[in-house]
Design a binder for this molecule. Structure first.
Ligand SMILES: [Zn+2]
Length: 322
């Protein structure tokens, strides 16, 4: 009965083809989600599933972008520790850090980080924090600190204060120039970074960039805003796949930062009105869009981050007792 590929849905009622305007009798067409809901097409007129084709137009996505990702011991923003970080610049350079958190966590230096929250998303409602743990079947979900996927040199394992200061210097320089910092699920990354900088006696980004920690570009917020009704998961891996962006090592900060950077360029290429926003306006709009997206999750952290004070280390809660 289903006229298309596996998993595609036929129209339950008589409809009009959104492409040619001719009738589509019930059960003979294909449903496609669109900006304002579902549309029906003749099978031969249905667009291939995927984002709108990119077009060549000016916008902030052609500016210098710097993408930041981290790995941590968990997603208790004021408690958990950063175990790795990566920066990827649209101008071509990248940096990677492995952070020795063993002194505070009590774990051995090559212990697996408990989790990697950029694969989580706000608003999915499967936990009390609105964070959805989605893991990649068969994927190298939890590289240990210092381990890079095959083909790249391992970054040296540095003391936290040194590594975090190096990250903060580069991020602050970029923001001070008025250019966009790309962060997938910014509240997790930037709130954790804020608390960690304070913990180690370092100036937080708020002190390093007196004009404000902006502009930030969160591809998760942009994807939810531009394609609100698309079914399916919104993990970095799933959204990258939707845009045809390679993401070979989910959970590896360098791979995640690279995918987030590519998304920050691809989404506005498919949505020209988004690309037309100024960088300050893009930042401000995301605050509003994120508030809408998390309206049903009052526990969701503020966007782009919260200025939490660091709290003492506690072992992660036993998932059996949660
Ligand atoms: Zn048609």
């Amino acid at each position: 009965m289903t006229p298309g590929a596996a998993g595609e849905r036929a129209n339950e009622y008589d409809a009009t083809c959104a492409h040619c305007g001719a009738p589509v009798p019930a059960g003979t067409g294909l449903l496609r989600h669109a900006a304002k809901g579902w549309e029906v097409y003749h099978p031969e007129h249905a667009p291939a599933p995927g984002p709108p084709p990119p077009t060549d137009h000016p916008g902030w996505h052609h500016r210098p972008l710097l993408s930041l990702d981290i790995t941590t011991t968990g997603h208790r923003f004021a408690v958990d520790r950063i175990t790795g970080a990566a920066l990827r610049a649209s101008e071509g350079w990248e940096r990677e850090w492995a952070v020795d958190a063993s002194g505070v966590t009590g774990s051995v230096p090559d212990a697996e980080p408990a989790d990697h929250a950029p694969e989580r998303e706000p608003g999915s409602g499967t936990t009390g924090q609105g964070l959805d743990a989605e893991h990649e079947p068969g994927g190298p979900a939890h590289p240990r600190p210092g381990a890079a996927p095959a083909g790249r040199p391992l970054p040296p394992v540095l003391p936290p204060a040194r590594a975090l200061d190096e990250v903060a210097v580069l991020v602050a320089d970029h923001l001070a120039a008025g250019e966009l910092l790309v962060v997938w699920f910014a509240p997790y990354v930037l709130t954790t970074l804020h608390a960690e900088l304070l913990r180690h006696g370092l100036a937080p980004l708020t002190a390093r960039v007196p004009a404000g920690v902006a502009p930030v570009c969160d591809p998760l917020v942009l994807d939810r805003h531009t394609d609100r009704y698309r079914p399916g998961p919104r993990s970095l891996h799933a959204v990258a796949a939707w845009y045809g962006i390679p993401h070979p090592h989910p959970g590896d900060p360098a791979s995640d930062a690279t995918a987030a950077l590519a998304l920050a360029q691809a989404i506005p290429a498919s949505y020209p009105p988004l690309a037309r926003l100024s960088r300050p306006a893009l930042h401000t709009e995301q605050i509003l869009w994120y508030a809408e997206q998390t309206a049903r999750h009052p526990d969701a952290p503020a966007w782009p981050f919260e200025e939490l004070s660091p709290q003492a280390w506690e072992p992660p809660p036993d998932p059996e007792e949660a």
